[in-house]
Write a protein that binds this ligand. Structure first.
Ligand code: NCD
Ligand code: ZN
Ligand code: ZN
Ligand code: ZN
Length: 445
């Protein structure tokens, strides 16, 4: 099986080159002049389009199983394909949670026949070295630590226990992704507010104050310094915590970090206007934070942009009480168009975007063969039309989550074709070849 994309612009090595690309048996076989490509079974005319490496979303909640009313492997990976993502990493906060090698194996077995793009799996961070080793052997890409868990007696709040778990992850060379918010502190305020009948957006923002992110970031950085673990901080929301991370990195602390499009493009004004549909954790921050985060991203202080695609039912998003609204929003189908629009406005380069959404996630999570257009790499690509204009319309999402705080936003730049291992899975609104996704496993480190 072979596929040629002809007369296209290719995002290779930070440059745009004109030519063609041929994919044979799932891998990039040749990048060169269109006329030089060998004959192929299938031709895609790339005129007017740009080929970029298939994007990698390192932070996605595909849900499924008992939460499949929110999203399932099929709907979530179709959303990915429609958004230009060819690989997504699935979070372990499912029901049941991905908290043992058995659970991980079950999840993989269920996903295997249902996925339209490649999927790798996180597993929950455990204090048991045996569990960590078994989940690693079962193919976990990374572990996830939820510091925002409300229970103050959770094992990870014990410094020694967390340190020894992280040391083990370091020895296994498996990255640990962290939700950095001080959960017990937030829970205390939340309980006090609830009892007092306080449930406005402002109360939610006070409970999830920036200082609680900063405290958790400081704790985990301290641990990163003391162990040989590879810590990755998820969805940073404030300038302050980012500044501390950047400073620590300059002193040699090995730590990586991630931003979401919503923390880059929306602020508390949007939360006040849109209510529950714009509610997530950590929450939207003030305009000054968004601007500072954007600048930091341009400076190269951010490793990864990830959507934190966190689907919920409309009912769950529309609860009257702010403490009952489920935090999170779908992002797979909006991330690339929103950011391509910023490329169109010259606010960021396409090369920087490809680095944040493909090259760096592959590096941070050790995804072999992915993240770059290069001969020998996997044949995962997205073709974008940099001039196509569309309005975001969540009622048309492949995701089951039909809401978005970005509804109605006009975008310039859209993914039009998505190719997984040389197979066209998505073409201008249509699903073409189904179930082309493969399970991505952590490499033996
Ligand atoms: C996520 C979810 O719904 O699973 N929600 C969110 O607001 N970000 C959880 C998480 O990523 O922390
Ligand atoms: Zn989180
Ligand atoms: Zn998340
Ligand atoms: Zn224009």
């Amino acid at each position: 099986m072979s596929l040629n994309i002809t007369d296209v612009k290719l995002a290779v090595d930070g440059q745009l080159i004109e030519g063609g690309i041929s994919i044979r048996d799932g891998r990039i076989d040749k990048i060169g002049r269109t006329a030089q490509l060998a004959k192929a079974d299938r031709i895609v005319n790339g005129k007017g389009l740009i080929a970029i490496p298939g994007l990698i979303d390192a932070h996605v909640h595909l849900r499924d199983m008992e939460l499949s009313y929110k999203e399932d492997f099929s709907s979530g990976t179709l959303a990915a394909a429609a958004g230009g993502f060819t690989t997504v990493l699935d979070m372990p906060n499912t029901r049941p949670p991905t908290s043992s090698d058995g659970r991980l194996v079950e999840k993989m077995a269920k996903a295997r026949t249902a996925i339209h793009v490649n999927v790798g799996f996180y597993a929950s961070l455990s204090e048991s070295a045996t569990d960590l080793r078994q989940m690693t052997n079962a193919g976990a890409i990374a572990f996830k630590l939820y510091m925002n868990e409300p229970n103050p007696d959770a094992w990870h709040n014990d410094r020694q226990r967390l340190l020894s778990s992280l040391e083990e992850c370091g020895a296994l060379r498996v990255p640990v992704a962290v939700h950095a918010e001080n959960g017990p502190a937030i829970a205390k305020i939340q309980t006090r507010y609830r009892e007092a009948g306080r449930n406005s957006m402002r109360d939610f923002l006070r409970a999830h104050a920036p200082k609680f992110e900063l405290e958790a970031v400081r704790t985990i950085m301290d641990h990163a310094r003391l162990t040989h673990s590879k810590i990755h901080v998820c969805h940073l929301s404030t300038h302050r915590s980012l500044r501390e991370i950047s400073a620590a990195r300059k002193k040699g602390v090995e730590i990586t970090c991630e931003l979401t499009p919503h923390h880059l493009l929306l602020d508390t004004n949007d939360l006040n206007r849109k209510g529950g549909h714009a509610l997530m954790v950590p929450p939207l921050r003030r305009h000054g934070d968004t601007k500072a985060l954007w600048r930091a991203m341009l400076r190269g202080d951010i490793d990864i942009v990830a959507s934190d695609h966190a689907p919920h039912s409309l009912e769950e998003k529309s609860a009257r009480d702010v403490w009952t609204v489920r935090p999170g929003l779908p992002g797979l189908e909006t991330t690339l168009p929103l950011l391509l629009t910023r490329v169109h406005r010259n606010e960021i380069t396409l090369a920087a975007l490809v680095k944040l959404l493909a090259k760096n996630p592959a590096r941070v999570f050790g995804l072999q063969g992915k993240g770059r257009l290069e001969e020998g790499m996997d044949g995962d690509l997205a073709l974008i039309d940099p001039k196509a204009r569309f309005k975001i319309d969540s009622s048309k999402f492949y995701s089951k989550a039909h809401f978005s705080p970005f509804d109605g936003v006009e975008c310039v730049g859209w993914p039009v074709v998505t190719i997984v291992a040389g197979r066209v899975v998505y073409d201008r609104g249509e699903v073409v070849e189904e179930n082309q996704g493969k399970i991505v496993r952590g490499v033996r480190r």
